[in-house]
Design a protein around this ligand. Structure first.
Ligand code: AKG
Ligand code: FE2
Length: 420
């Protein structure tokens, strides 16, 4: 069976290891559609504890997996790597021989001894829960927030999220973040950087901006804003680890994405080593569908994707857009939870250059515009702690030293060609 079919068969939640054990090496190698991306010059290499699963060796020997797993629409390939990689290596089923033409890889080793073990445990637990719940679904009445959410393990969360945090040592910004799950800095981003980016962005014909989730890979002017060094330093001081950019939202209208916590869309081991930035490129009108958020909601339990997905049909569960589909019940549940706790959501009515950083567990939304299509000029960036993204192993840096994850996805519309 070609390797991608194996990934597809995993959509039915079967573990595929037995299925591909007898597969001869050649046919796996033959199924590699494209070469493994070449190594960029500036990658991080950290020492690997000796007895840990050697993720670098595993991926080096399985270029089919590396390639597929580096494309975010093929989450199954990544799941395969996480779920079965360790077991396979132990059993000697894989790694297979390295094709001689394969280029050297610059994968970062994982220094956290427990991280891979934890990932594997969490994935197995998720699958067990899904199948157990399937059989009980018929008896369940109304869905509540409690049924979809779980307390987080604060011992593995960032330092400012831990009960044990010594508040007397915090800066005012850190204390505010700990209490509220967001931070606003007025007129923080220099207007000349914003103007240079806006000139490029304005060439894009779509109000939704780039389809590509990583346009920063190609557009220097975007990196200059989304990786503005003082902002990166600030974020690092809130999360407790250097952060790397891996997603930009470039629409100039509201996403109109209803209430959610970003961290519930992440692999479980991210556990709030995550933040996002909302940078106003112009003054934001109250009619344009401003960013809205619930202060303090980062301390609530976290919606869990496997629990939300239990209430979807099997077809919907494996759909790439499952989180959007699940809004049909998640929206009402989030609204109920917000009123039950009696907290008034806030709006970010920003002026040009204002910055809002929010926590991965903060309940937020892009509100519905009162005036349809009214411009809402923002650049949104999403970031994770560098050591927490085993699925994004290659880190690059701007000349100023800010980190972003090397993710190989086509840009689509090229603004530089449009200008020529
Ligand atoms: O449209 C918005 O402001 C919300 C965007 C959002 O939810 C996100 O970037 O995570
Ligand atoms: Fe979000």
């Amino acid at each position: 069976m070609p390797i991608l079919d194996i990934f597809r068969s995993k959509k039915t939640m079967e573990r595929p290891s037995a299925a591909f054990a007898p597969e001869p090496v050649e046919s796996i190698a033959d199924s590699v559609a494209e070469p493994v991306p070449a190594q960029p010059a500036n990658i991080l290499v950290q020492p690997l504890p000796r007895d840990l699963f050697n993720s670098r060796r595993y991926l080096e020997n399985n270029p089919d997996l590396l390639h597929a797993a580096s494309h975010s629409d093929n989450f199954d390939a990544y799941e395969h790597y996480v779920l079965t990689g360790h077991g396979e290596e132990l059993a000697g089923i894989r790694p297979r021989s390295v094709p001689s033409q394969s280029p050297p890889l610059g994968l970062r080793y994982h220094a956290d001894e427990n991280l891979l073990e934890r990932i594997i445990d969490l994935e197995i637990e998720k699958r067990a829960l899904l199948s157990a719940w399937d059989s009980r679904l018929q008896d369940i009445g109304a869905i509540t927030f409690d049924m979809l959410a779980e307390d987080v393990d604060d011992t593995t969360a960032p330092p400012l999220d831990r009960a044990t945090c010594d508040e007397s040592r915090l800066t005012p910004d850190q204390k505010f973040w700990r209490d509220n799950g967001y931070l606003i800095k007025e007129n923080f981003i220099p207007h000349d950087l914003i103007d240079r980016y806006c000139e490029i962005r304005a060439r894009h014909p779509s109000k939704f901006g780039w389809d590509c989730p990583v346009p920063y890979m190609y557009i220097e002017e975007m990196r200059d804003v989304s990786l503005y060094p003082p902002m990166m330093k600030l974020m690092e001081s809130l999360i407790g680890e250097e952060m790397g950019l891996h997603l930009n939202l470039t629409g100039w209208v509201s996403t109109e994405r209803n209430w959610h916590q970003d961290d519930y869309l992440n692999p479980p081991y991210i556990n709030s080593w995550y933040a996002a930035s909302w940078i106003a490129l112009d003054d934001i009108s109250a009619d344009s569908g401003p960013f809205e958020f619930v202060p303090g909601s980062h301390k609530w339990p976290l919606l869990k994707s496997h629990k939300v997905r239990m209430f979807l049909t099997p077809e919907e569960r494996s759909h790439t857009n499952w989180s959007k589909i699940s809004e049909r019940f998640v929206n009402a549940i989030a609204d109920e939870e917000i009123s039950r706790r009696g907290i008034a959501p806030k709006q970010f009515l920003a002026k040009k250059g204002d910055l809002l950083i929010w926590h991965g567990r903060l309940m937020h939304r892009g509100s519905v515009a009162r005036v349809q299509d009214m411009p809402r000029k923002t650049l949104i960036g999403h970031y994770s702690g560098l050591s927490h993204r085993i699925d994004m192993p290659i880190v690059q840096r701007t000349p100023e030293g800010s980190a972003y994850f090397h993710i190989d996805m086509p840009l689509g519309f090229n603004p530089y060609e449009a200008a020529a």
